[in-house]
Design a protein around this ligand. Structure first.
Ligand code: C2E
Ligand code: CA
Ligand code: CA
Length: 712
């Protein structure tokens, strides 16, 4: 049995033990608290203890102080609203969610002491401490994560852009493609992923191309260029491809990104533009520009290779007639067929070009180095072309026959100018025309001389007007009784070195160069001045002067006005002036011609139709013109005595003139017999050597007086 003391002792011991125990507990508790305190204080995560009710920060760890930028003692006791950048209502809503334990993870915008806003993710747990309910919040700054996420989202959207994108691994195995890839290539993502871009290979590029491409990527990290690939449907198309290597932080390539734009359309447009600039739209042949380009190349390469080349100028004979009779559509059709035949007649390396109209050029290259041999080769090809172009052309319902005239020139053994070569071939072509068409002519030195002479003549002709080197000769015109009716004025050029030059040697050139206009005006002025002088004398007052008018002169829009002004200026009797026109110049624009003639005819100026019988005017046509006289061409007169045939023609012409109520004059009358026959056939007026050659004015006036004297 235990005594009281024992009991008391026991109690004391118990108490001691209990006390000891409680001390242990307290110590343990203290240790534990210190342990957790350390955890709290040393943890790198931002931690806050917040009062449920007031949202006052009860405690904060140093990481929090550092993050928010406030000293710890300031942070402790601060209201959450100072760091929470959200509206109060939202904060309250979220507080309630947290209290109710419905949500323990929130994303807030927190404001730091320096004003910066950071996106934070907050994990909240509730705990009770000393009778208070607290939020224990662990806060993570997720600003950076959000930015990366946004970038990824943007990247994802961009990836699905219009540009075709392929991502491969370092070995070139396709990992990802976008929608544009599928639309462009025809391969779905499932079909492409796992393959390599060789899937798209068109076979248009050789191994060296791809080797160079990869070499560039390895060296510079990227490559771009034009590449032809094949779609799933087999179609081969051009694209502009960019390949970039993506490297990891260690500099090793991890991926390749390939992007491309389909340039099929751009290529097509480029091609179209190129075609327009360098090709003739009607025939598809190179145009003059491209020809010149190639000729330049050819000149360089033939100088290097010592091989000759040739230029063939081809002009279709009577193309205008086809256009006028069958219409321009048929004309176009013919040109297209000619283009095809020309291309078939030459080698692929030769050039066939169309300069415009009915003018074509064939450029031959790589001919023999010997000039003679090269000429023979050119001639052979020329013959081939000639034969090809001579075959009939099926033009709609017609089987049309057309012939070409061709001029050729060689190049390669001298320093040649492109423009000279073209000119030479052109000149040779005109020689072919002159030689009766449907033939080939070569340019040669003699031709060059003729050209030089012509150029010199043109130069002199310009001076001639200025230096008054022209003179008018007068050739008398007579009636049946050989009485003087007047004269035709015929121009002569008294060249200071070459002496008298007949009009046939310079009128055509003057016509071509337009110099005929001032020359013709001078003739008209001189004739009018002479008529004025003759007006003063009864013996010459009634004489008529015939003036030749050239086509270019007559076709000036103000021709009538010019003549009227001249007549007025000289104040002459217009009925003493006769203008000689030729049939050929009256070919088209009948309304305009009639208007011009009428304006002059109305005041009394006469018209004679020169060289009649050599043209093709119909009776119907002539009827519409205010003519006064037909002049029988000398070629008919010359043959009168020898052939009955000619007599018949002259007879017809005279009958025709009579039916039109026109005067008739025969020119080139040299013998009495000719005059006699003409007279029998009904001719009334004459001109020719039989009566007088064309002579200077003094001689002509002397002639008039002498005849008068002889007659009286
Ligand atoms: P055309 O108008 O037919 O002139 C007639 C030509 O025949 C003249 O040659 C004349 O001298 C020549 N002739 C006259 N009678 C006879 C003859 O009995 N026998 C021979 N064999 N010939 C005769 P010409 O003077 O040499 O003139 C040649 C051409 O030059 C003219 O042919 C005309 O087309 C042109 N021409 C002359 N003067 C002028 C002019 O002032 N202006 C224009 N535009 N052309 C002119
Ligand atoms: Ca004449
Ligand atoms: Ca004549």
């Amino acid at each position: 049995m235990q005594t009281r003391d024992q009991t008391a002792q026991g109690c004391a011991n118990e108490m001691k033990t209990a006390l000891l125990e409680s001390e242990n507990v307290v110590r343990a508790l203290r240790e534990s608290e210190a342990y957790f305190r350390q955890l709290f204080e040393r943890h790198s995560s931002v931690m806050l203890l917040i009062d449920h009710q007031s949202l006052t920060i009860v405690d904060a760890n140093p990481a929090a102080a550092q993050f928010y930028g406030y000293p710890l003692d300031v942070l402790r006791g601060m209201n959450v609203s100072r760091i929470n950048a959200q509206p109060e209502v939202e904060i309250e809503q979220q507080r309630q969610q947290a209290v109710a334990g419905k949500q323990n993870r929130f994303v807030f915008d927190h404001r730091l002491a320096n004003g910066q806003i950071r996106a934070v993710e907050v994990h909240i747990s509730t705990l009770n401490h000393q009778g208070r309910s607290l939020f224990f919040s662990i806060i993570h700054d997720i600003t950076e994560r959000q930015r990366v996420e946004a970038e990824l989202r943007i990247a994802a959207v961009t990836f699905e852009s219009n540009e075709v994108l392929v991502i491969t691994d370092a070995k070139g195995v396709i990992l990802r493609v976008n929608q544009a890839f599928t639309e462009n290539t025809g391969y779905t993502a499932e079909e492409a992923v796992g393959q390599t871009p060789r899937l798209l290979k068109s076979g248009q590029h050789d191994a060296a191309f791809y080797r160079a491409m990869w070499e560039t990527i390895q060296r510079t990290g990227a490559w771009q260029g034009e590449i032809w690939d094949r779609r799933k449907n087999g179609e081969i198309y051009p694209k502009w491809l960019t390949i970039s290597a993506v490297k990891g932080s260690n500099g090793v390539v991890t991926h390749y990104v390939g992007s491309h734009i389909d340039i099929t359309e751009r290529k097509a447009t480029e091609e179209k533009i190129r075609k327009l600039a360098f090709y003739d739209p009607l025939t598809g042949l190179p145009n003059r520009r491209l020809l010149m380009d190639r000729l330049q190349q050819a000149l360089i390469s033939s100088a290097r290779s010592a091989r000759q080349g040739a230029i063939l100028f081809i002009d279709l004979d009577n193309f205008k007639v086809l256009n006028d009779t069958l219409g321009h559509d048929m004309g176009d059709l013919l040109l297209q067929q000619v283009a095809q035949r020309l291309q078939k007649s030459v080698r692929k390396t030769d050039t066939v070009a169309r300069l415009g109209g009915d003018e074509f050029v064939v450029m031959l290259e790589e001919l023999s180095g010997q000039r003679i041999e090269a000429a023979e080769q050119t001639e052979k090809i020329g013959e081939k072309i000639l034969a090809a172009l001579n075959r009939p052309y099926p033009l709609g319902a017609h089987n049309y026959h057309s012939t070409p005239s061709m001029g050729a020139t060689l190049f390669g053994d001298r320093q040649e100018e492109m423009s000279d070569l073209m000119k030479q071939a052109d000149i040779a072509m005109y020689q072919a025309k002159k030689a009766g068409r449907n033939t080939l002519r070569f340019f040669d030195a003699q031709m060059q001389e003729a050209i030089n002479a012509r150029a010199a003549l043109e130069n002199d002709l310009r001076n001639a007007i200025e230096h008054r080197q022209f003179q008018l000769y007068y050739q008398i015109q007579v009636d049946d009784e050989r009485r003087a009716l007047g004269a035709e004025v015929l121009i002569r050029w008294i060249h200071p070195e070459r002496g008298l030059i007949p009009p046939m040697h310079f009128i055509p050139l003057a016509e071509e160069t337009g110099l005929i206009l001032p020359i013709g005006q001078w003739v008209l002025e001189t004739a009018c001045a002479r008529l004025k002088v003759w007006e003063q004398d009864a013996a010459t007052r009634d004489l008529v002067l015939a003036v030749n008018v050239s086509p270019k002169q007559f076709h000036q829009p103000d021709f009538a006005a010019q003549v009227l002004a001249t007549v007025q200026r000289h104040d002459i009797n217009p009925t003493r002036l006769k203008l000689e026109l030729t049939e050929s110049m009256l070919a088209d624009n009948i309304a305009g011609i009639v208007a011009t003639m009428n304006a002059l005819h109305e005041i009394g100026i006469l018209f004679s139709l020169d060289d009649f019988g050599t043209g093709y005017s119909s009776l119907l046509y002539l009827q519409q013109l205010p003519l006064d006289q037909l002049k029988i061409d000398q070629s008919f007169v010359r043959n009168l005595s020898s052939g009955v045939n000619s007599n018949a023609i002259v007879q017809t012409i005279i009958a025709m003139a009579k039916s039109l109520n026109l005067d008739i004059i025969a020119e080139g009358v040299e013998t009495d017999e000719q005059q006699h026959i003409l007279q029998l056939l009904g001719c009334e007026h004459y001109q020719g050597y039989l009566f007088s050659k064309p002579v200077p004015i003094e001689e002509f006036e002397a002639l008039l007086t002498n005849r008068k004297a002889a007659n009286s």
